[in-house]
Design a binder for this molecule. Structure first.
Ligand code: UD1
Ligand code: CA
Length: 449
């Protein structure tokens, strides 16, 4: 039996009070909808249709890296109407998993269990339910005497007895494709909200004596929907706790998990230690035996083994094994540090490659540069890479020694084994094995007064 998934994401999410559609908001570094897509994929489903409406250009843009198909729900007339829009997009012989796009805590294992239960019972429809202490706001599952499925009643349509029911509809279902679409054609809008309720499909099928399954899950967290920014922050906390736990169990030490923020897709090798107040974001990967932090923020970067980074900002950079960075360094995009490089305090590096074993220990700006192996860049050295219009390259060949406070006016090349005198402004290429000094002679004048 082949599987398709339909993710309902056409709603606006009024309570977010945002210009962005709800599912575009980020949680643990990633838009809500992409967390849902990830869980669906991990549950083994590749054929995914997303129902979009409000802010659809934004949602489609966010999902552009994924192989998804989109259908448009022009007007949001209810969850049943939303699924109807997908009728032409999915093969009717498939089993269809339906879920909302605003549940970032959903995990593949929970979806997998629902799918398995649906298959085992050969049901026409299976709903994932959860027992909740505080069920308010959710649709309630109404069972008949032998505890079989009867219907789902929305809070707004429920009577006092029904409101007391604690078993709620998660909004996650498995359907036989053919049956759900044929039933969808028969549902109406005679309910408190005047909407096409997807939940009515299950009641219809039940009346036709089709087998309806209820998969009662204990994964309460998984189904939390995001409606406002308070819930967004709660989901953020839970996702981060899950990530921290996964990392610690895989051999990464977090000195203080509460002040460590690691995005879901980050990879970290074992015996790496993360010190407090550290953020590791996006598609970053870190090797083994590193020591990161305190106070460090790394985004979309690749870090090798045994790297030390203290109080620094690293963006879209690549750092090889045994580099030592900070405190207070700033690595900007397209920076590559080869093995064993030292980047010290108050050093900014942009679009540059620094060769094996080279050192930039203090107070420097290095931009658009290629630095060879075993180079030492003295304190206060600046690559003057920008003339107000264009950027130019600086090349320091192997074993160059740049004296303190040198201005390297690009384009400029310093040949191998050459040295610049402290305080020089170097604007012409320096041949190999040369000492280049550009500096007025020191004068001694009598002091007045
Ligand atoms: C729905 C269920 C309710 C369940 C709850 C779980 C119905 C009638 N009710 O209620 O039983 O307990 O989810 O969270 O289905 N959407 C569209 N187009 C629409 C309407 C909604 O795409 O026209 C999308 C929304 O963007 C959202 C999802 O469907 O992602 C759920 O819609 P929402 O309005 O939040 O449903 P609830 O009223 O919460
Ligand atoms: Ca909802």
């Amino acid at each position: 039996m082949k599987l398709s998934a339909v993710i309902l994401a056409a709603g606006k999410g009024l309570r977010m009070r945002s210009d962005l559609p709800k599912v575009a908001h980020k949680v643990a570094g990633k838009p809500i909808i992409l967390h849902v897509v990830k869980a669906v994929r991990e549950a083994g489903i590749d054929d995914i249709v997303v129902v979009v409406g409000h802010g659809r250009e934004i949602v489609q843009e966010i999902c552009s890296g994924e192989e998804l198909r989109f259908v448009l729900q022009e007007q949001q007339l209810g969850t049943g109407h939303a699924l109807m829009q997908a009728e032409a997009a999915v093969a009717p012989e498939n089993t269809i998993l339906v879920l909302a796009g605003d549940i970032p805590l959903i995990q593949a294992a929970t979806l997998q269990q629902l799918i398995d239960s649906h298959r085992q019972k050969q049901a026409a429809a299976t709903v994932l339910s959860v027992n909740m202490q505080n069920p308010s706001g959710y649709g309630r599952i109404v069972r008949d005497k032998p505890a079989a499925f009867l219907r789902i009643v929305e809070e707004k349509d429920a009577n006092e007895e029904e409101k007391k029911l604690k078993e709620i509809n998660s909004g996650i279902y498995c359907f036989s494709g053919r049956q759900v679409f044929s039933a969808l054609h028969s549902i109406g809008t005679s309910n408190a909200q005047g909407e096409y309720y997807l939940t009515e499909v299950l009641e219809l099928l039940e009346k036709q004596q089709e087998p309806i399954g209820i998969f009662l899950s204990d994964a309460e967290e998984d189904i939390y929907g995001i409606n406002d920014r308070l819930q967004l922050a709660q989901a953020e906390k839970i996702l981060r706790q899950r990530k921290n736990r996964e990392l610690m169990l895989s051999g990464v030490s977090l000195m203080d998990p509460a002040s460590t923020f690691i995005d879901s897709d980050v990879l970290i090798g074992h015996d790496t230690i993360i010190l407090p107040f550290t953020l590791i974001e996006g598609n970053s990967s870190l090797g083994e035996r590193c020591e990161i932090g305190p106070g460090t923020r790394i985004s979309d970067s690749i870090i090798g083994n045994e790297v030390k980074i203290e109080n620094s900002r690293i963006m879209q950079a690549s750092v090889s094994d045994r580099c030592n960075i900070g405190p207070f360094a700033y690595l900007r995009p397209e920076t590559t540090l080869q093995e064993g490089v030292k980047v010290g305090d108050f050093v900014e590096i942009k679009k540059s490659t620094i060769g094996t074993g080279s050192k930039i220990p203090h107070l420097s700006y290095v931009g658009d540069a290629t630095i060879g192996q075993g180079v030492n860049v003295g304190a206060g050295t600046i690559t003057c890479n920008y003339d107000g219009k264009n950027k130019y390259q600086t090349v320091l060949e192997d074993r160059v020694f740049i004296g303190s406070n040198t201005n390297l006016v690009a384009p400029v090349r310093i040949g191998e084994n050459s040295v610049t005198g402290a305080g020089s402004t170097i604007s012409r290429d320096v041949p190999p094995h040369t000492l280049a000094v550009e500096r007025a002679g020191q004068k001694h004048l009598p002091r007045r007064g």
